[in-house]
Design a protein around this ligand. Structure first.
Ligand SMILES: *Cc1c(COP(=O)(O)O)cnc(C)c1O
Length: 454
């Protein structure tokens, strides 16, 4: 080998590769794999992220040769199977959401939002209207204003009412002829159903605007209610949340968006259509905003979602929604005497507690989250939504058993008692994890990703 390579490319000193036996390698990687917390390890009540258990059959289906060995550059005649799956997944999502047409291209929820904003812009341009603002409730996920701003819109935040819902009077006053759309999340990030959604849509439509719905919380509505029936114009779904593909740690996701009949012509192309009994890719959409992703998006996620939906069936999907709501209310009920829950009396798929009371005794939401790590749980989402002081946002999902929920409740009640009796015990936590309290800003700005051999 060394004779084949030019001298200047050769190493001067041999690489310092570790020389170890197979068993040491196996132990090393097995140990590493166990440092990574995942839903297969334990309960993962990370609010808004819907960390449900992902059935392994989804993985098996995705790894079938027919899917892994197909290439997007192959002629469509040779890809009929995968196109059929994608086409049918679009039909199922239409059925579940009540929207008229879907694109599967966007790579994540935030990307779906951006695609939606581009469609709103194209729609308004097409009508010859210049509208510069998007109205967004103050409880929204941070990606909402970011997506609107990335698309060149000014964002107007509207303050939620005392019940944690969109204030329709404020919305009426804010939604002017300069407003292109409202971005609304339903159920919202407090886990509350926006019960005035029909009126909210009417306010937007009467002013000539559109309604974008962030459907990341669709888990709560599955088989029960459909945003399309409520008057929503554009909706994104997170396949990796609601439709059970593994996520977290920056792995791939998929954020399909559904639109009304009126907006269909603006969807990204190509679109999958049936022509003479064959699946085709249709590029002839002159008003399309264009591609938003290479090829057809993250097809692996779509195969998982399709498998998940088929294996549950229509009834199973509805039961998933019902159990998601039941599990959240069960936890909410068990925790309510011990923690302050500022909004609502019942919830949808999640709820937000405030550790305001505990903070007064010197223990913050962050401290409680760290303590939960020592109990072996993933922490809930903390300090979001921004309108709740010392927020802990808990979403159990439908896949957890009563035993798991009870064990989590026991941990939370123990924590509440410890805060009162020995608040000093929360200092220096967590102790059970390999890393305690990293400097989160530094970890994001200066990540150390290189392995240094000693
Ligand atoms: C997760 C989430 C998003 C963003 O979705 P990504 O797939 O992470 O980009 C947007 N809104 C809400 C309410 C979410 O929970």
């Amino acid at each position: 080998m060394t004779q084949l390579l030019p001298q200047n490319l050769l190493r001067e000193n041999p690489a310092r590769l570790p020389e170890v036996a197979e068993i040491d390698v196996v132990r090393h990687f097995t140990r590493l794999s166990q440092l990574n917390y995942c839903v297969d390890t334990n309960f993962y009540p990370l609010g808004s992220c819907t960390m449900k258990y992902n059935p392994k059959v989804n993985e098996d289906a995705t790894r079938l040769d027919g899917f892994t060995k197909v290439h997007p550059y192959q002629p469509v005649e040779q890809c009929q199977g995968v196109l059929e799956l994608l086409y049918h997944l679009e039909q199922m999502l239409k059925d579940i959401s009540g929207m008229c047409a879907f694109t599967l291209q966007p790579a994540a929820g935030a990307h779906g939002e951006l695609t939606g904003m581009l469609i709103i812009r194209a729609f308004m341009d097409n009508k010859g209207e210049k509208r510069n603002t998007i109205v967004i409730p103050d409880s929204a996920h941070g990606t909402n204003p970011a997506s609107a701003a990335l698309c060149g819109y000014a964002v107007e935040s509207i303050k939620s009412n005392a019940g944690g819902l969109v204030d329709t009077e404020k919305l009426k006053a804010s939604f002017t002829r300069d407003t292109a759309a409202i971005m609304i999340t339903n159920p919202n990030t407090l886990g509350l159903f926006e019960k005035d959604i029909l009126e909210i849509c009417k306010i937007a439509h009467d002013a000539g605007g559109l309604v974008y719905c962030d459907g990341a919380n669709m888990n709560a509505l599955l088989g029960i209610a459909r945003p399309g029936d409520m008057g929503v114009d554009i909706l994104h779904l997170n396949l990796h949340k609601t439709f059970s593909t593994p996520h977290g740690g920056g792995g791939p996701g998929a954020g399909p968006i559904g639109v009304t009949d009126e907006l269909k012509r603006f969807l990204p192309a190509p679109r999958i259509e049936i022509e003479q009994g064959k699946y085709t890719l249709q590029y002839n959409y002159p008003d399309s905003i264009g591609r938003v992703r290479a090829f057809y998006g993250h097809v692996g996620m779509m195969i998982r979602a399709y498998t998940y939906l088929l294996s549950l069936g229509k009834e199973g999907v509805q039961r998933a929604g019902e159990f998601a709501v039941l599990n959240a209310n069960y936890l909410r009920h068990k925790l309510k005497g011990h923690y302050d829950i500022p909004y609502g009396t019942t919830c949808m798929h999640e709820f937000v507690i405030s550790a305001k009371k505990q903070k007064k005794m010197g223990v913050s939401a962050l401290d409680i989250a760290k303590k939960l790590l020592d109990y072996g749980y993933h922490a809930p989402t903390i300090y979001f939504p921004l309108i709740v002081e010392e927020a802990l946002m808990i979403e159990p999902t439908e896949t957890e058993s009563r035993e798991t929920l009870d064990a989590f409740v026991a941990a939370m009640l123990q924590i509440a008692a410890d805060v009162e009796q020995r608040p000093e015990s929360f200092r220096g936590l967590p102790q059970a994890t390999p890393i305690g309290r990293p400097d989160e800003v530094k970890a994001a700005r200066e990540p150390k990703l290189k392995w240094e051999f000693k």
